[in-house]
Design a protein around this ligand. Structure first.
Ligand code: SF4
Length: 65
């Protein structure tokens, strides 16, 4: 499974990288998230990615097959 972020609709709320720092990191220039783990292989990573997608206020984060 893959973690994706649509930076066109990210509103830089920061929920994703503050709550899931193992998967996402704040880009110092844009404030948008950089993806640290794009390929989700463990159950923990998949669960965290789904949580990040749920809390993103702009629905910019997706977990896809
Ligand atoms: S939670 Fe969503 S809107 Fe906020 S920084 Fe992350 S991707 Fe952007």
């Amino acid at each position: 499974m893959k973690l994706t972020v649509d930076l066109e609709i990210c509103i830089v709320a920061g929920e994703c990288y503050y709550n899931h720092p193992t998967l996402l990191k704040r880009n110092e220039e844009t404030g948008c998230p950089d993806i640290l783990v794009a390929e989700l292989t463990s159950d923990d990573d998949i669960r965290e990615a789904r949580e990040a997608a749920e809390v993103c206020p702009s629905q910019a984060i997706a977990v896809i097959d």
